[in-house]
Design a protein around this ligand. Sequence first.
Ligand code: HGY
Ligand code: MN
Ligand code: MN
Ligand code: MN
Length: 402
Amino acid sequence: MDSVSTLLDSIDGVGRDARRGGYSRPVYSAAESELREWFTAEAGRRGLAVESDRNGILWAWWDVPGIGRRGSLVTGSHLDSVPGGGAFDGPLGVASALAAVDLLRGRGVQPNRSLAVAVFPEEEGSRFGVACLGSRLLTGTLDADRARSLTDADGTTFADASRAAGLDPAGLGRDDEALGNIGDFIELHVEQGRGLIDLDSAVAVGSFVLGHGRWRLSVRGQGNHAGTTLMADRADPMVAAAQIVLAVREAARRQDGARATVGRLTPVPGGTNVIASRVDLWLDVRHPDDAVTAALVETIHGKAQKAAAFEGCSVTLTEESFSGTVAFDPALQRGLANSLGGVPALPTGAGHDAAVLAGVVPSAMLYVRNPTGVSHSPEEYVEREDADAGAAALADVLEDLL
Ligand code: HGY
Ligand code: MN
Ligand code: MN
Ligand code: MN
């Protein structure tokens, strides 16, 4: 019987990023693969049968003899991270699921349906650019050919990375059998904002997930020598990119409730004494109203075109992924709140596999308090007692659904 903190302590050193701080655990990297092995071992210690499906999703089964797996109760999250991410985003949900199995066993619960703990690959989209890649493939909400051709910064395709991870890339895609096994899906996740601090509660139920998308802006100019090119003779995409970053902030500030971020900017070729020929910027835009998100991206695109033209450059905008605002299953959400004696319901601006699954199966989320209110950063934190409160809440919820 392990507490959540004990389980998380046992993976604390995996994927530590000395340069960025925090953890960098890209999907199918050595670090994330080590976490998948950790999960397989911990699930095996609990007598759960661990299988990997054709999309690389791990399923640890508490099979109930004579009942089978169709319509089971499934909980879980992800083990991959953003670059320099925190210790809890993803692993808290996986460790809490394992601890909840311990608690259910300790209570002598005899399930009336099978239970599985699932681990989804590439939830962050940090390596291949599309968030919730595993759950989008499972549900068929991402074209498998497009997924296969996604590439990482080194040019490795998702097909090649999947093959290296032991999968057959031709098998990637909607999996009706795996989906048929999910009767209800519950994801426990560290809260990635200040909601639970302000509510003074350790746990909340998820209400909805903000629509969010990712776009790539590529600004093209004239690469040249930093020392021989007079300022008047330049078409410098880095200068246009700087104006675009400012325009993104201005446009979002004018739209109530909008969040727009340029978190990644890559000059090509990227030499100190080189005027870049191209600069790629990645835009993350989120808002509760999908139409507002679309209009905001349109506004940003127009401003980017003006900024590029002013610098003698050109710019293209490519949509990489988009998920509309998702409300979790109201009946399931009410059930969770009742199981927990009426904890509050909380919206979130963070995307989750549970929100992707919500389009196909009844899904719900539990959030656990993060006293820093900071996430996607080494400062992300969960107090040990809140982590245990989260696992106990998950066990309560699962017990009522088993
Ligand atoms: O980007 C997100 O909201 C999530 O952490 N993948
Ligand atoms: Mn997450
Ligand atoms: Mn995240
Ligand atoms: Mn998630």
